[in-house]
Design a binder for this molecule. Structure first.
Ligand SMILES: [Zn+2]
Length: 238
Protein backbone atom coordinates (compact mmCIF):
# COMPACT_ATOMS: atom_id res chain seq x y z
CA UNK A 1 0.00 0.00 0.00
CA UNK A 2 1.30 3.47 -0.91
CA UNK A 3 2.35 5.78 1.91
CA UNK A 4 -0.36 8.27 0.97
CA UNK A 5 -2.97 5.53 1.42
CA UNK A 6 -1.55 4.81 4.88
CA UNK A 7 -1.79 8.54 5.66
CA UNK A 8 -5.45 8.53 4.59
CA UNK A 9 -6.08 5.52 6.88
CA UNK A 10 -4.24 7.31 9.66
CA UNK A 11 -6.45 10.37 9.22
CA UNK A 12 -9.56 8.17 9.43
CA UNK A 13 -8.39 6.47 12.64
CA UNK A 14 -7.42 9.82 14.17
CA UNK A 15 -10.88 11.23 13.39
CA UNK A 16 -12.49 8.31 15.22
CA UNK A 17 -10.07 8.63 18.16
CA UNK A 18 -10.86 12.33 18.42
CA UNK A 19 -14.59 11.66 18.70
CA UNK A 20 -14.01 8.89 21.25
CA UNK A 21 -11.77 11.04 23.43
CA UNK A 22 -14.38 13.77 23.34
CA UNK A 23 -17.05 11.31 24.51
CA UNK A 24 -14.84 9.67 27.13
CA UNK A 25 -13.89 13.06 28.48
CA UNK A 26 -17.45 13.78 29.54
CA UNK A 27 -18.68 10.36 30.67
CA UNK A 28 -16.46 9.83 33.74
CA UNK A 29 -17.44 13.33 34.88
CA UNK A 30 -21.12 12.44 34.63
CA UNK A 31 -20.58 9.25 36.66
CA UNK A 32 -18.69 11.25 39.28
CA UNK A 33 -21.49 13.81 39.54
CA UNK A 34 -24.07 11.08 40.11
CA UNK A 35 -21.89 9.45 42.76
CA UNK A 36 -21.48 12.77 44.56
CA UNK A 37 -25.22 13.36 44.47
CA UNK A 38 -25.92 9.94 45.98
CA UNK A 39 -23.34 10.44 48.69
CA UNK A 40 -24.71 13.86 49.58
CA UNK A 41 -28.24 12.48 49.95
CA UNK A 42 -27.04 9.59 52.13
CA UNK A 43 -24.92 11.88 54.31
CA UNK A 44 -27.76 14.30 54.84
CA UNK A 45 -30.03 11.48 56.00
CA UNK A 46 -27.51 9.91 58.36
CA UNK A 47 -26.82 13.37 59.83
CA UNK A 48 -30.51 13.79 60.61
CA UNK A 49 -30.71 10.29 62.08
CA UNK A 50 -27.74 11.05 64.32
CA UNK A 51 -29.44 14.29 65.36
CA UNK A 52 -32.62 12.39 66.20
CA UNK A 53 -30.69 9.97 68.39
CA UNK A 54 -29.07 12.83 70.34
CA UNK A 55 -32.41 14.61 70.73
CA UNK A 56 -34.06 11.42 72.00
CA UNK A 57 -31.31 10.99 74.61
CA UNK A 58 -31.67 14.64 75.66
CA UNK A 59 -35.42 14.21 76.03
CA UNK A 60 -34.89 11.20 78.24
CA UNK A 61 -32.36 13.07 80.38
CA UNK A 62 -34.72 16.04 80.77
CA UNK A 63 -37.64 13.81 81.67
CA UNK A 64 -35.58 12.00 84.28
CA UNK A 65 -34.36 15.26 85.78
CA UNK A 66 -37.89 16.67 85.92
CA UNK A 67 -39.15 13.50 87.61
CA UNK A 68 -36.44 13.42 90.27
CA UNK A 69 -36.80 17.15 90.95
CA UNK A 70 -40.55 16.70 91.27
CA UNK A 71 -39.93 13.89 93.79
CA UNK A 72 -37.66 16.22 95.72
CA UNK A 73 -40.34 18.95 95.75
CA UNK A 74 -42.98 16.45 96.92
CA UNK A 75 -40.68 15.28 99.70
CA UNK A 76 -40.01 18.86 100.82
CA UNK A 77 -43.74 19.61 100.75
CA UNK A 78 -44.34 16.60 102.98
CA UNK A 79 -41.85 17.99 105.48
CA UNK A 80 -43.83 21.23 105.61
CA UNK A 81 -46.76 19.39 107.14
CA UNK A 82 -45.21 16.45 109.01
CA UNK A 83 -44.15 18.56 111.94
CA UNK A 84 -40.42 18.43 111.27
CA UNK A 85 -40.32 22.23 110.99
CA UNK A 86 -40.19 24.04 114.26
CA UNK A 87 -39.92 27.73 113.38
CA UNK A 88 -40.62 30.38 110.76
CA UNK A 89 -37.00 30.65 109.72
CA UNK A 90 -36.88 26.97 108.88
CA UNK A 91 -40.23 27.30 107.12
CA UNK A 92 -38.99 30.21 104.96
CA UNK A 93 -35.80 28.32 104.08
CA UNK A 94 -37.86 25.29 103.10
CA UNK A 95 -40.18 27.41 100.94
CA UNK A 96 -37.20 28.98 99.27
CA UNK A 97 -35.73 25.57 98.46
CA UNK A 98 -39.07 24.39 97.07
CA UNK A 99 -39.32 27.50 94.85
CA UNK A 100 -35.79 26.95 93.64
CA UNK A 101 -36.51 23.32 92.67
CA UNK A 102 -39.83 24.30 91.09
CA UNK A 103 -38.00 26.85 88.97
CA UNK A 104 -35.65 24.13 87.74
CA UNK A 105 -38.68 22.03 86.76
CA UNK A 106 -40.19 25.00 84.91
CA UNK A 107 -37.00 25.64 82.95
CA UNK A 108 -36.52 21.97 82.13
CA UNK A 109 -40.10 21.66 80.97
CA UNK A 110 -39.58 24.54 78.54
CA UNK A 111 -36.43 22.89 77.24
CA UNK A 112 -38.29 19.61 76.92
CA UNK A 113 -40.97 21.27 74.82
CA UNK A 114 -38.39 22.54 72.32
CA UNK A 115 -36.71 19.11 72.21
CA UNK A 116 -40.04 17.39 71.55
CA UNK A 117 -40.76 19.80 68.68
CA UNK A 118 -37.29 19.14 67.23
CA UNK A 119 -37.86 15.42 67.46
CA UNK A 120 -41.19 15.68 65.69
CA UNK A 121 -39.68 17.78 62.84
CA UNK A 122 -36.69 15.45 62.46
CA UNK A 123 -38.83 12.31 62.44
CA UNK A 124 -41.04 13.80 59.73
CA UNK A 125 -38.02 14.91 57.62
CA UNK A 126 -36.33 11.52 57.97
CA UNK A 127 -39.48 9.73 56.86
CA UNK A 128 -39.74 12.01 53.83
CA UNK A 129 -36.03 11.68 53.01
CA UNK A 130 -36.13 7.90 53.29
CA UNK A 131 -39.01 7.50 50.90
CA UNK A 132 -37.35 9.92 48.45
CA UNK A 133 -33.90 8.35 48.85
CA UNK A 134 -34.94 4.90 47.66
CA UNK A 135 -36.09 6.39 44.37
CA UNK A 136 -33.08 8.65 44.03
CA UNK A 137 -30.56 5.87 44.69
CA UNK A 138 -32.30 3.55 42.27
CA UNK A 139 -32.29 6.19 39.54
CA UNK A 140 -28.67 7.13 40.21
CA UNK A 141 -27.52 3.52 40.16
CA UNK A 142 -29.23 2.73 36.89
CA UNK A 143 -27.75 5.88 35.32
CA UNK A 144 -24.32 5.03 36.68
CA UNK A 145 -24.56 1.50 35.39
CA UNK A 146 -25.40 2.57 31.85
CA UNK A 147 -22.69 5.25 31.89
CA UNK A 148 -20.08 2.81 33.15
CA UNK A 149 -21.11 0.38 30.42
CA UNK A 150 -20.65 3.14 27.85
CA UNK A 151 -17.22 4.04 29.24
CA UNK A 152 -16.29 0.36 29.01
CA UNK A 153 -17.51 0.02 25.41
CA UNK A 154 -15.83 3.26 24.34
CA UNK A 155 -12.58 2.25 26.04
CA UNK A 156 -12.64 -1.04 24.18
CA UNK A 157 -13.13 0.76 20.88
CA UNK A 158 -10.38 3.20 21.78
CA UNK A 159 -7.94 0.38 22.49
CA UNK A 160 -8.75 -1.26 19.15
CA UNK A 161 -8.24 2.03 17.30
CA UNK A 162 -4.99 2.72 19.12
CA UNK A 163 -3.70 -0.68 18.02
CA UNK A 164 -4.85 -0.02 14.46
CA UNK A 165 -3.01 3.32 14.55
CA UNK A 166 0.19 1.67 15.77
CA UNK A 167 0.01 -0.75 12.83
CA UNK A 168 -0.51 2.02 10.28
CA UNK A 169 2.32 4.11 11.67
CA UNK A 170 4.70 1.16 11.17
CA UNK A 171 4.29 1.66 7.40
CA UNK A 172 4.94 5.41 7.40
CA UNK A 173 8.48 6.84 7.52
CA UNK A 174 9.37 9.15 10.37
CA UNK A 175 9.62 12.38 8.32
CA UNK A 176 6.21 11.90 6.70
CA UNK A 177 4.67 11.04 10.06
CA UNK A 178 6.20 14.13 11.61
CA UNK A 179 4.83 16.25 8.75
CA UNK A 180 1.40 14.62 9.16
CA UNK A 181 1.32 15.47 12.88
CA UNK A 182 2.40 19.03 12.16
CA UNK A 183 -0.39 19.60 9.64
CA UNK A 184 -2.90 17.70 11.79
CA UNK A 185 -2.26 20.06 14.70
CA UNK A 186 -2.05 23.22 12.60
CA UNK A 187 -5.21 22.46 10.55
CA UNK A 188 -7.61 21.43 13.35
CA UNK A 189 -7.23 17.72 12.83
CA UNK A 190 -7.57 17.69 9.03
CA UNK A 191 -4.21 16.79 7.51
CA UNK A 192 -5.44 15.30 4.22
CA UNK A 193 -7.32 16.88 1.38
CA UNK A 194 -8.76 15.43 -1.77
CA UNK A 195 -8.25 17.12 -5.12
CA UNK A 196 -11.64 17.92 -6.60
CA UNK A 197 -11.72 19.42 -10.10
CA UNK A 198 -8.10 20.53 -9.80
CA UNK A 199 -8.79 22.27 -6.50
CA UNK A 200 -7.78 21.46 -2.94
CA UNK A 201 -10.94 20.37 -1.12
CA UNK A 202 -9.57 21.75 2.13
CA UNK A 203 -8.78 25.33 1.12
CA UNK A 204 -10.08 25.62 -2.44
CA UNK A 205 -6.66 26.50 -3.90
CA UNK A 206 -5.89 25.61 -7.54
CA UNK A 207 -3.64 22.57 -7.89
CA UNK A 208 -1.36 22.53 -10.97
CA UNK A 209 -1.83 19.55 -13.37
CA UNK A 210 1.66 18.21 -12.61
CA UNK A 211 0.81 17.90 -8.88
CA UNK A 212 -2.55 16.33 -9.78
CA UNK A 213 -0.71 13.74 -11.84
CA UNK A 214 1.73 13.03 -9.03
CA UNK A 215 -1.20 12.63 -6.64
CA UNK A 216 -2.78 10.19 -9.07
CA UNK A 217 0.52 8.31 -9.12
CA UNK A 218 0.29 7.99 -5.30
CA UNK A 219 3.27 10.27 -4.66
CA UNK A 220 3.38 12.35 -1.50
CA UNK A 221 2.37 15.89 -2.56
CA UNK A 222 1.15 18.85 -0.56
CA UNK A 223 -1.23 21.72 -1.22
CA UNK A 224 0.88 24.83 -1.83
CA UNK A 225 -1.60 26.95 0.15
CA UNK A 226 -2.80 24.93 3.18
CA UNK A 227 0.08 22.39 3.17
CA UNK A 228 -2.27 19.42 3.49
CA UNK A 229 -1.46 16.01 2.01
CA UNK A 230 -3.18 15.84 -1.35
CA UNK A 231 -4.78 12.72 -2.76
CA UNK A 232 -6.89 11.90 -5.77
CA UNK A 233 -8.54 8.60 -6.58
CA UNK A 234 -8.54 7.51 -10.20
CA UNK A 235 -12.14 6.39 -9.85
CA UNK A 236 -13.37 9.94 -9.20
CA UNK A 237 -11.24 11.11 -12.14
CA UNK A 238 -13.26 8.89 -14.53
ZN1 LIG B 1 -5.19 23.35 0.37
Amino acid sequence: MAVIDQIILLQDVDNKLFEINKLLGDLPKQVQELTDQEEFTKNSLSEKEENLKTTTVEIHTSETLIATTQEKVDMLKDKLIDGSISNNKEYDAMMETIDYEKNIIFEKENELLVLMQNKETLTKEIDEDKSALDGIIQELNSKKESLNKKVEDVSEEKNALTKERENIVLHVDEDTLHKYMEIYNARDGVACSEILDNNCEGCGAYIPPQIVNEALGKSIVYCGTCSRFLHKSEISEI
